[in-house]
Design a protein around this ligand. Structure first.
Ligand SMILES: [Zn+2]
Length: 82
């Protein structure tokens, strides 16, 4: 193999140090106040119109594959959401 490195496309993916998953992650809000607004229909059923969530506690990052906590990568994760 040639030792010439690719200089045009360096992508430093965030990956889980425990299982090397780099595809799926999830966040958990530890203390959130979630308010859902409903309207009642004429047949007595309810339809959700709007939802408000206010996060009071911290939000933690986890690996979507093995479920290990990845808080150490959270700042970087946040910077890359767009
Ligand atoms: Zn993992």
């Amino acid at each position: 193999m040639a030792s010439k490195s690719k200089s045009t496309k360096i992508v430093n993916l965030l990956s889980c140090p425990f299982c090397e998953n780099s595809k799926e992650f999830f966040e958990v809000a530890e203390d959130a106040l979630i308010t859902t607004y409903y309207g009642q229909n004429e047949d007595g059923s309810f339809t959700a119109n709007d939802q408000n969530s206010e996060i009071m506690g911290s939000v933690r990052l986890y690996c979507g594959n093995c479920g290990e906590n990845l808080d150490a990568f959270h700042d970087r994760f946040r910077e890359m959401i767009f």
